[in-house]
Design a protein around this ligand. Structure first.
Ligand code: 4AD
Ligand code: MG
Length: 465
């Protein structure tokens, strides 16, 4: 079977024995002495392995000297300890088989020179071949694995919640419609409205904005659950923090209040960031050098310090009294903007802040009403450099109050009959949150735009694959 270059560089194969590696050329360098040095990578780690190719190989002139960045090869030779600095091991090639040349090296978009991140974004099919694309991909994978491991170790069950749904969890009206109706010839009711009886599901259907409502049903039976999958929002936000398709990890905990959810969020963030520093030191060194000089310090700061807990009302006081002019004026009741969130996390506390107990009027119907009747047990985790990375709450478990909230927000209880059942049959206090996965990857890598940390970004007017 094919061996991974990461294992070779980690010393898992005996020195002086023959091995074969497969990969792509990162660079080719020819010495005057008639030797070529191929740097070969296969995506398994940041580093490439060097193959030293002597000019007495029978295909040296005709093939090896035609290899350019991006060409694919199979190289056999003796594994030796490396003389030069850099990697510990290299290969003294005895055979180089070319699997695929690069058609036109002069126009190959991923040639060895450094590209702007914006250019790479337009080459989504080729960008995993770059140093940046590879490093992001490995860190993203590491974070996803660490999330599952963390939840599993804590006894949570992973629940697959549906992508196609009828309910708008966040009530923000930002859902993409799923329909098989003929757009040119929509069926109409007598009243002239679109007749969704004729549609695939016999009613309106959408892509989910959050798995929360569905995962609450499993929480009300399995106690500790989470969902982790893609979610969709048709919000027309052309920012570096918003995607139309993004991934979310949403734990839901029975017999738990807001403080329990905040504690789990803090523990989870620390666990997964620690995993990245330990397991992907190679990629983190690259991010530190090329993307953000402060990234490793920042993560260590998060891992080693307690997150601040701050009530919304106190946050408003801080913002009003800080002497800073904000673009969006501050008063009790406003939904905080990213400038406010960043001021709190970056300038005032310089560390993650769990902001809690928001005014009910700016939050979703399912959040638990506090005794003051003005605020709900909601939380956002704000992180320096990115702002909101997690949103969550204690859920309203009291049927009468939930019904009053539905009415207040003009939502039809009929649409939530199954959700109300959870309150009718053995209701329990429960809490949960959603961790925006791309915001986490951006945070962990220092990459500024979350379009660069998901393989195929979807945003307004961009979805080319
Ligand atoms: O704060 P949000 O909207 O919360 C919910 O959806 C809850 N139902 C979660 C729960 O309690 N189970 O979204 C959660 C997180 C945000 O904090 C943010 O990190 C991320 O999801 N997020 C986005 N990430 C990328 N692009 C977008 N358009 C996002 N919208 C939210
Ligand atoms: Mg939110």
């Amino acid at each position: 079977s094919v061996i991974a270059i990461t294992d070779v560089l980690a010393g898992k194969f005996p020195v002086n024995e023959e091995i074969t590696v497969h990969g792509w050329i990162r660079t080719r360098r020819d010495s005057k002495a008639g030797i070529s040095f191929l740097a070969i990578h296969d995506g398994s780690c940041f580093d490439a392995i060097q193959a030293v190719v002597p000019n007495d190989l029978n295909n040296y002139q005709d093939e090896v000297l035609k290899l350019t960045t991006g060409a694919s090869v199979k190289v056999t030779g003796q594994l030796v300890e490396s003389q030069g600095q850099g990697q510990a091991f290299e290969i003294q090639a005895t055979g180089v088989e070319v699997l695929g040349y690069v058609d036109d090296p002069d126009t190959y978009p991923m040639a060895a020179k450094r590209h702007s991140i914006e250019f790479l974004r337009e080459q989504a099919h080729l960008r995993p071949r770059t140093n940046l694309g590879g490093a992001v991909t490995r860190v993203r994978n590491c974070l996803a694995q660490a999330i599952h491991r963390f939840m599993h170790n804590k006894g949570y069950f992973w629940i697959s919640t549906p992508i196609i749904t009828a309910s708008d969890c966040e009530g923000a009206g930002e859902m993409f419609r799923v329909s098989t109706l003929d757009m040119e010839n929509l069926p109409r009711t007598d009243k002239g409205e679109v007749d969704y009886n004729e549609d695939f599901f016999g009613k309106e259907a959408f892509l989910t904005v959050s798995g929360q409502l569905n995962v609450e049903t499993y929480c009300s039976a399995m106690s500790k659950v989470y969902t982790f999958g893609p979610t969709f929002r048709a919000e027309n936000s052309n920012t570096s923090r918003h995607l139309a398709e993004f991934w979310m990890c949403e734990p839901e905990i029975a017999f738990a209040d807001l403080a329990d959810a905040a504690n789990l969020a803090e523990e989870m963030l620390k666990y997964v960031l620690k995993a990245v520093l330990e397991e992907r030191a190679d990629d983190m060194a690259f991010f530190q050098q090329r993307v953000d000089k402060t990234v490793v310090d920042r993560l260590n700061n998060v891992i080693n310090n307690e997150f601040v807990r701050l009530d919304y009302t106190d946050a408003i006081e801080i913002l009003l009294n800080c002497g800073k002019k904000f673009e969006n004026p501050v008063s009790w009741g406003i939904d905080l903007n990213s400038e406010h969130e960043r001021y709190l996390a970056e300038e005032h506390f310089n560390g993650p802040v769990v902001l809690q107990n928001y005014p009910k009027d700016i939050k979703a119907f399912y959040m638990r009403l506090n005794d003051d009747n003005k605020t709900v047990a909601a939380m956002d985790v704000l992180a320096p450099g990115i702002g909101e990375i997690i949103g969550g709450s204690q859920r309203e478990e009291r049927l009468d109050i939930l019904d009053a909230r539905l009415e207040e927000m003009d939502l039809d209880p009929e649409d939530y009959s199954w959700y109300r059942d959870l309150r009718r049959y053995g209701t329990v206090p429960h809490s949960g949150f959603g961790l925006g996965f791309e915001r986490l990857v951006a945070y962990a890598t220092g990459v500024q735009n979350i379009r660069d940390v998901i393989p195929f970004p979807r945003a307004p007017k961009t979805a080319s694959f």
